[in-house]
Design a protein around this ligand. Structure first.
Ligand SMILES: Cc1ncc(COP(=O)(O)O)c(C=O)c1O
Length: 403
């Protein structure tokens, strides 16, 4: 008789033993991935309906992205920005074009791009708007998620993200998300920027009321305030458009990008804006050793090329309609509410049945990976290469655990 080796428990225990416990992962140890699927160390296959929090919009190991990375690995990987390399101009040019902006500033993680936007808007406030030194204010939304740096958690309203990490960075004003009146009342002559997620991901895939972002745009124009859209999770095809804010017919002054920009291979983030905004930075005032490195640029250029075809946005829009139709049909059958756009859904499970965590554990047992957020909400965000049949399979598993 042959015994099947079960490596998972040992791998989980080893991981626990040697790491800080800043995550509470599902008990799955992944060894390989392709497209919308991953395989664990014991050979079990799962449909990946988290997609690295949207960092894997193009799926695991997209052939074009892997080829671009391989080709670059054989040439040069890092120069620092002390020199220019031959992948830099094309990445910046093509990303700026995709965004309809004049300039981009590449960084690595999403949090660094948010920090960049904060710094640029403050400098713009002092140098262009004429705000008195040290008085710049940035308006943000309650229940925001923009990353984990000490400045960013300073304006978080989530105690888990914020408590015991003070003293906090001043200069941020929090208003309710989606509330135009509250935003209007919060603007002062010292307001330099409004920083918002077009759809709040961590908060549970919250879509603001129709017309909210048009009102934000109008208020920013009226008061000479920069509108900064954090599209790190919502952007780059996830909602059926290149940018989620496009659904609102609005163009922000700054796009803050990350996650999928690195093709699921390397961390690549960026801020895109026009010259009158990003031009405030002079040599020595901001930077990153790895930001805009050759490998990142080679992969990022290919990401932009994939997005420029519009195919992923179309897939997300079409398949997203199907996903939302299937999920909406579960309302009253263990599901209380469904929100989102494109291939992105926040699903509120009846809390008398399961917590979000329990729902994700049961889904994993049935070969579907998803992630809970607060309470009984789970997030579904498959790679945009997912098929209609795979969506049906995942929703069938959700229906089964609720039935
Ligand atoms: C909207 C948004 N902004 C910023 C970040 C931070 O990105 P990173 O984890 O790459 O620092 C995230 C990550 O989940 C995010 O969803």
């Amino acid at each position: 008789m042959t015994t099947v080796e079960n490596r998972t428990p040992n791998e989980l225990a080893e991981a626990e033993r040697h790491t800080a416990h800043n995550y509470h992962p599902l008990p799955v140890v992944i060894a390989e991935g392709e497209g919308a699927w991953v395989t664990d160390v014991d050979g079990r296959r799962y449909l990946d309906f988290l997609a690295g929090y949207s960092a894997l919009n193009f799926g695991h190991r997209h052939p074009g992205l892997i080829a671009a990375a391989h080709a670059q690995l054989d040439r040069i990987t890092l120069t620092s920005r002390a020199f220019v390399h031959d992948q830099f101009a094309e990445f910046c040019r093509s990303l700026a074009e995709l965004c309809g902006k004049e300039l981009v500033l590449p960084m690595n993680t999403g949090a660094e791009a948010v920090e960049t936007a904060i710094k640029v808007s403050r400098k713009w406030g002092y140098q262009v708007k004429g705000v008195p030194d040290g008085r710049a204010e940035i308006i943000v939304a309650a229940d925001n998620f923009h990353g984990r740096t000490t400045t960013i958690v300073s304006f978080s309203t989530d105690p888990d993200a914020k408590a015991d990490f003070g003293p906090y960075t001043p200069g941020f004003v929090v208003v309710p998300y989606g509330d135009e009146t509250a935003l209007r009342e919060a603007i002062t002559p010292n307001t330099v920027a409004v920083l918002l997620e077009p759809i709040q991901g961590e908060a549970g895939v919250l879509v603001p009321p129709a017309g909210y972002f048009a009102a934000v745009r109008a208020l920013c124009d009226e008061h000479n305030v920069l509108m900064m859209a954090d599209e790190i999770q919502s952007g780059l095809g996830r909602t059926g458009r290149t940018f989620a804010i496009e659904h609102e017919g609005v163009v922000p002054d700054l796009y803050v990008l990350g996650k999928a920009l690195g093709g699921g291979i390397v961390p690549v983030s960026a801020v895109a804006a026009d010259r009158d905004v990003l031009g405030v930075l002079k040599p020595g005032e901001h930077g990153s050793t790895f930001g805009g490195n050759p490998l990142a640029c080679a992969v990022g250029t290919e990401v932009v090329r994939l997005l420029a075809t519009g195919d992923f946005q179309r897939r997300s829009a079409e398949l997203g309609e199907h996903l939302h139709a299937r999920l909406t049909a579960l309302i009253g059958h263990g599901v209380i509410a469904v929100r989102g756009r494109g291939l992105w859904a926040g699903v509120d499970i009846d809390p008398s049945l399961l917590t979000g965590r329990q729902a994700c554990e049961r889904l994993a047992e049935r070969g579907v990976l998803a992630k809970d957020t607060h309470g009984s909400t789970i997030r579904l965000a498959p790679p945009l290469v997912v098929t209609r049949a795979e969506i049906d399979h995942a929703v069938d598993q959700l229906a089964a655990i609720l039935g």
